[in-house]
Design a binder for this molecule. Structure first.
Ligand code: SF4
Length: 339
């Protein structure tokens, strides 16, 4: 079971040039980049399971483009990947990097939340011109005709603009947009209700326009009973991206492995009960969605003593996710759906 891994998710840098209010990797030091030795230790561990799916994230991966390119070339050169993706805010994307990604068949997953007003509010960043930089990066991706997906994060304060923002992104020419409620923000009943109303309208519009698939629904599809090997820059491993949102005192209870010292991948003692629970959950629910696995992990985080203070927010988020998934399942089984 320890070898049943879905993605190798390398959060290899915690440096970022933006400062999104809802950042899912909230407790970054802004100074850590994975050591090459640690990366090689991870490759040694996953090599017997290859080919695998690799996702590079941060922070902003393009802040450390040289290390990113080294890692992509290494994985590609060794033939370890069946898929590679880079999650990016696109502000630092340029022609040379785009060419590199195309050459290596790398998917780009670009974060853009909608129009300028929404994005300015969600992602204050470090400079006045970054929205134009995001749009420039998105257009570069579109012109390249390479593989891409986009992620639109919805903050509770902006839920009423979800539908408008989705249409705005579609009008930019984007064809695959995942819509996510921001994790660990306050999704009270009112905000969740607005989100769901807007999401239903967006789904109905998607079908009416004959654009089935515009809204990405990968998170609602059955998973493969596997966990994610997610490494932070230090080489410590978590099983899911939602766990990144918690402070270090919570994550310390949940780190499964540590690749900074070697490639053994032996489970760390302190996470033993959690890892056992995760494996039992995956074995017992082989067809549950990726979203559901993520939420199971978030619930384990709030069971740790330092994680208890997040319980109310996590449970409200999970309630919302379950309703999103119910809508997604109706859409996935229908060609003419009415809200
Ligand atoms: S671009 Fe990503 S890593 Fe950077 S602050 Fe925003 S959400 Fe966090």
């Amino acid at each position: 079971m320890i070898k049943k891994i879905n993605h190798v998710w390398l959060f290899f840098t915690d440096r970022c040039n933006l400062g999104c209010g809802y950042c899912f990797y909230k407790y970054r030091t802004q100074s850590q980049v994975i050591a090459l030795k640690t990366f090689e230790n991870i490759l040694k561990f996953v090599r017997p399971m290859a080919p695998m799916e690799f996702v590079f994230s941060g922070g902003e991966p393009l802040m450390d483009a040289a290390r990113l390119k080294e890692m992509i070339a290494e994985i590609s050169g060794q033939g370890l990947n069946r898929y590679m993706s880079v999650q990016t805010n696109a502000t630092l994307l340029n022609e040379e990097l785009m060419e590199f990604f195309l050459t290596h068949g790398v998917n780009l997953e670009v974060g853009i939340d909608g129009d300028e007003t929404t994005t300015q509010r969600n992602r204050p960043g470090i400079g006045p011109y970054y929205y134009a930089d995001i749009v420039r990066g998105v257009n570069l991706v579109l012109r390249s005709q390479g593989p891409y997906t986009t992620t639109m994060v919805v903050h509770p304060s902006g839920a009423a603009k979800l539908f408008d923002n989705l249409k705005y992104l579609a009008a930019m020419g984007l064809k695959s947009i995942e819509v996510h409620p921001a994790f660990l923000e306050v999704w009270d009943k009112a905000a969740a209700g607005v989100f769901l109303d807007q999401y239903r309208r967006a789904c109905a519009w998607e079908l009416k326009e004959g654009r089935h698939g515009l809204i990405g629904r990968g998170y609602s599809e059955p998973s493969r009973g596997a966990w994610d090997l997610l490494s932070v820059p230090s080489g410590k491993v978590l099983a899911n991206w939602l766990l990144l949102s918690f402070p270090e005192e919570v994550r310390e209870c949940l780190y499964l492995m540590d690749f900074s010292q070697g490639p053994s991948g032996e489970p760390l003692a302190q996470a033993g009960p959690y890892f056992k629970a995760l494996q039992e959950h995956l074995a017992g629910h082989p067809n549950c969605s990726y979203r559901s696995i993520s939420n199971f992990n978030a619930l384990q985080a709030v069971k740790t003593p330092p994680g208890r203070r997040y319980e109310e927010r996590v449970r409200a988020y999970i309630d919302l996710c379950e309703q999103i998934e119910a809508i997604d399942h109706k859409i996935m089984g229908a060609t003419a759906w009415q809200p």
